[in-house]
Design a binder for this molecule. Structure first.
Ligand SMILES: *[C@@H]1O[C@H](CO)[C@@H](O)[C@H](O)[C@H]1NC(C)=O
Ligand SMILES: *[C@@H]1O[C@H](CO)[C@@H](O)[C@H](O)[C@H]1NC(C)=O
Ligand SMILES: *[C@@H]1O[C@H](CO)[C@@H](O)[C@H](O)[C@H]1NC(C)=O
Ligand SMILES: *[C@@H]1O[C@H](CO)[C@@H](O)[C@H](O)[C@H]1NC(C)=O
Ligand SMILES: *[C@@H]1O[C@H](CO)[C@@H](O)[C@H](O)[C@H]1NC(C)=O
Ligand SMILES: *[C@@H]1O[C@H](CO)[C@@H](O)[C@H](O)[C@H]1NC(C)=O
Ligand SMILES: *[C@@H]1O[C@H](CO)[C@@H](O)[C@H](O)[C@H]1NC(C)=O
Ligand SMILES: *[C@@H]1O[C@H](CO)[C@@H](O)[C@H](O)[C@H]1NC(C)=O
Ligand SMILES: *[C@@H]1O[C@H](CO)[C@@H](O)[C@H](O)[C@H]1NC(C)=O
Length: 395
């Protein structure tokens, strides 16, 4: 009898537990499929084109990543599941043609966003102020000055490396089918509607002992250009210790269209070692987005030009990886910085499970024990335990 009761209670607990778990796990997912150089039988000279199709119930996200021209990540959202990528390879490889890469049917495109890695800048920080001076060293153009090697794939992740200044610049892209959090710092939270790209500057020979680097980024947002960066405070948790700020580069225009616009999001931190400790973190800063003028897209060439064409609105900003007094690049000869690129409402950190658990144990448990104790006492009073009546003492 007692055993049966125990079983019933256990199965109830199990039921509650599994319901909670399935509720937590029922986040939105996408099915990913990876394709290299869609529609091409040979590996194209000058760099691969990666296509990750992320299929939802009624929509598709196309992630395209390429090192033809300046390396770029293009994200196209369509409201059908049958959309596909079509590349006119001879035109695409000329790197000077708008319309050589299309997502069809064009009428299904809801939004499109490209992030272009345009230049790597270097300056001599003689006074250790981490202020970017007017006279910099000649910049590295990531379209011309870098020999990009073939893309290395692993699942829905890719690594693209180029040699710069006797070292390497590597871009690591990961596309996700479900919500989660990356294993390495800054342990950004991601969803099925976002991808993560990190930039690593490994072993570059700086041109001065006090050199610092700045990364110039550009975005193209089609109908909603990414013209504003909002800075949010974030929670200092065990995932990204000591960093309190998140930057969100998106379109300022229309809050009501927030579900559809693209975003680039990063925590304001860079790491000076590939396996960083807390002391290897550097705060990073960014300039305000501005229109570079000239024919920025035509200059970037490659993927973004092929999709958007020369007319589109380009915005750029600089990310710098130090504050006054920080050690110089030469100290570790390594820097890594990570951003999330996606559409819709960017994921935001809530209290982490650890913090929540501590709060729950600290505040909730005593309350729960009191409550359960009360309920138990009540039940005991109303229904005397069946074992009391079931077994009569044998006389
Ligand atoms: C993803 O794939 C699974 C198994 O192949 C299938 O059951 C599911 O319906 C697919 N989901 C979408 C959104 O295509
Ligand atoms: C997908 O479309 C079908 C039919 O138009 C609709 O019934 C369903 O609710 C949609 N699903 C989602 C997740 O929007
Ligand atoms: C790009 O193509 C246009 C015509 O399509 C041509 O006028 C222009 O000179 C080309 N630019 C380069 C750099 O090849
Ligand atoms: C898909 O989006 C296009 C453009 O926004 C719109 O015209 C079309 O009605 C949408 N189709 C569906 C099925 O939602
Ligand atoms: C560095 O500091 C010196 C003395 O304050 C100043 O004259 C010089 O202009 C500064 N250099 C830069 C690049 O700011
Ligand atoms: C991702 O996109 C899908 C389809 O547009 C939407 O239903 C879902 O809510 C989005 N998820 C997040 C976390 O933004
Ligand atoms: C970088 O530091 C090393 C020693 O740590 C030094 O030998 C080298 O000259 C420095 N590089 C530059 C460009 O000053
Ligand atoms: C914002 O978008 C809504 C519908 O998408 C539109 O009605 C409204 O005029 C827009 N507002 C601005 C300021 O662009
Ligand atoms: C980045 O900084 C460099 C050097 O100060 C400047 O020439 C360039 O215009 C900046 N780029 C953007 C997009 O602000």
């Amino acid at each position: 009898m007692a055993a049966a009761r125990l079983q019933r209670r256990d199965s109830l607990l199990l039921f509650v537990f599994s319901t909670v778990c399935s509720l937590a796990a029922a986040s939105f997912t996408r099915n990913l499929s990876v394709e290299l150089n869609p529609g091409s039988s040979a590996r194209p000279p000058g760099g691969d084109l990666l296509h990750v199709r992320a299929l939802g119930d009624n929509d598709t996200l196309h992630f395209l990543f390429c090192s033809q021209g300046a390396p770029a990540l293009l994200l196209v959202h369509t409201n059908v599941t049958s959309s596909y990528v079509s590349v006119d390879w001879p035109l695409f490889l000329s790197r000077n043609s708008s319309g050589s890469l299309r997502v069809e049917p064009a009428s299904s495109i809801v939004s499109s966003t490209a992030l272009i890695f345009s230049r790597l800048l270097e300056y001599d920080d003689v006074n250790n102020t981490a202020e970017v001076p007017f006279d910099l060293f000649p910049p590295y153009q990531l379209r011309d000055d870098v020999g990009w090697s073939a893309m290395e794939l692993s699942g829905a992740a890719a690594r693209l490396c180029g040699s710069v200044a006797r070292g390497s610049v590597c871009l690591h892209l990961s596309v996700f089918g479900r919500e989660g959090r990356d294993e390495t710092w800054p342990r950004l939270l991601h969803t099925a509607n976002s991808s993560q790209v990190s930039v690593r500057l490994d072993g570059l020979s700086p041109r001065s002992a006090r050199s610092r680097f700045v990364l110039e980024l550009q975005t193209v947002g089609g109908a909603s250009p990414l013209d504003a960066v909002r800075v949010h405070r974030s929670i200092d948790d065990e995932f990204t210790p000591s960093i309190f700020k998140v930057s969100e580069w998106t379109s300022a225009a229309n809050e009501s269209a927030a579900d559809e616009r693209g975003f680039v999001l990063w925590k304001q931190v860079a790491y000076r070692r590939s396996a960083p400790a807390l002391e290897d973190t550097s705060p990073c800063r960014h300039s305000d987005p501005r229109r570079p003028g000239g024919r920025a897209l035509a200059e970037a060439g490659g993927l973004a030009l092929a999709f958007f064409g020369g007319e589109d609105d380009v915005l750029g900003l600089n990310v710098s990886f130090a504050v006054a007094g920080d050690v110089f690049y030469n100290a570790t000869k390594f820097l890594s910085w990570t951003a999330l690129v996606g559409i819709g409402i960017p994921p935001a950190d809530a209290f982490s499970p650890l913090v929540a658990a501590i709060l729950a144990v600290g505040l909730g448990a005593p309350l729960a024990i009191l409550l359960m104790g009360g309920v138990y006492v009540c039940l005991r009073k109303r229904w005397p335990s069946s074992s009391d009546s079931a077994y009569q003492p044998i006389n």
